[in-house]
Design a protein around this ligand. Structure first.
Ligand code: ZN
Length: 180
């Protein structure tokens, strides 16, 4: 008897988040063309993985899947929730905000990054239906950070060269301690 991947799956799975300098983080993600059960599983796992981390956004290449899929936390006081954006595209960036950012794939690093204050977003949902909306402030920052991931860009690419050099030194120490 064929096994249905959606109904026979007892739990969503937490996937391993890959960290810099893993090469998949530098790979450009491919557009999603099949809106099938595999995609729904990927999105569910990404939500689970993001909440467990905990984080506020996650791109598929952070778990080693080079597809244009991101999830973004949308918690309400009542419940944990998230939004999935498939094949997201940002346009009409307006204004600029310089604020702290971190990343689940960049260990022990918090740095100020300049982002658009307001953006327009087009994407698809997990069923392939078109989505279109404006985002501002924190929500816009998270989307810009996640869409960067899909292009192989990390937020440390957007900080000053001096800060980046300092971070690379710090990371070397962290990695050496891991091995010790
Ligand atoms: Zn990130």
């Amino acid at each position: 008897m064929p096994v249905s991947v959606t109904t026979d799956r007892p739990n969503m799975a937490i996937r391993k988040i890959l960290t810099y300098p893993h090469p998949v983080l530098r790979q450009k993600a491919e557009p999603v063309t099949e809106f099938d059960d595999q995609l729904k599983i990927l999105v569910a796992d990404m939500g689970e993985t993001m909440f467990a981390a905990p984080g506020v956004g996650l791109a598929a290449n952070q778990i080693g899947v080079p597809l244009q899929v991101v999830v973004i936390e949308q918690n309400t006081p009542e419940r944990q929730d998230f939004m999935a954006l498939i094949n997201p595209v940002i346009s009409n960036g307006e204004g600029s905000v310089f604020d702290d950012e971190g990343c689940l794939s960049v260990r022990e690093c918090l740095a100020k990054v300049r982002r658009f204050k307001k953006i327009h977003v087009t994407a698809q949902d997990v069923e392939g239906r078109p989505l279109e909306f404006d985002a501002e402030d924190r929500f816009a920052r998270i989307i810009q950070h996640e869409v960067d991931h899909l292009l192989g860009t990390l937020f440390i690419d957007r900080i000053s060269p001096l800060k980046r050099t300092l971070y690379k030194k710090k990371l070397k120490k962290i990695l050496a301690e891991d091995e010790a």
